[in-house]
Design a binder for this molecule. Structure first.
Ligand code: I3P
Length: 124
């Protein structure tokens, strides 16, 4: 992860902002609403924070979205958005998130890191 705010410690990865929209919750379609979220990848969770300060807080607040990666599926998609560099995470409970960054190498780095986390947490 590039940039002054990025970090990669103890297996956590992130500290960058990604555009995120949840398009389905437990199989129920949601209104698309792209939001710039501070994003942190843990070994088996992807966390989205509205406020940067919350990243270092001991407990996530109610505005933090936690994506469980065990059994999730990640794929690049082109048909669900007019934006470039969009990938989708589908959780094992049927929630669907679209994630997007204009810079391809940043998007690709997140895709690869999330894919690795999914693969290792699903195997474990
Ligand atoms: C949506 C908004 C989204 C757009 C979406 C629109 O309109 O413009 O940015 O998604 O397209 O419906 P609104 O703000 O009125 O809800 P993309 O940026 O991903 O294209 P969609 O309906 O084709 O998904």
């Amino acid at each position: 992860v590039g940039g002054a705010t990025a970090f990669e410690t103890q297996g956590d990865f992130g500290g960058e902002q990604l555009n995120v929209t949840k398009i389905s919750e437990r199989g129920k379609k949601q209104r698309k609403n792209w939001t710039l979220m501070w994003s942190v990848l843990k070994s088996d969770q992807l966390l989205f924070y509205k406020d940067r300060q919350q990243i270092t807080a001991l407990k996530p607040d109610g505005r933090t979205d936690v994506v469980q990666l065990w059994g999730a599926v990640i794929e690049w998609i082109t048909e669900k958005s007019s934006r470039k560099n969009v990938f989708q995470i589908t959780t094992n409970t049927g929630s669907e998130y679209l994630i997007q960054v204009d810079n391809f190498s940043t998007a690709n780095k997140w895709y690869d890191a999330i894919k690795r986390a999914i693969d290792s947490s699903t195997k474990a």
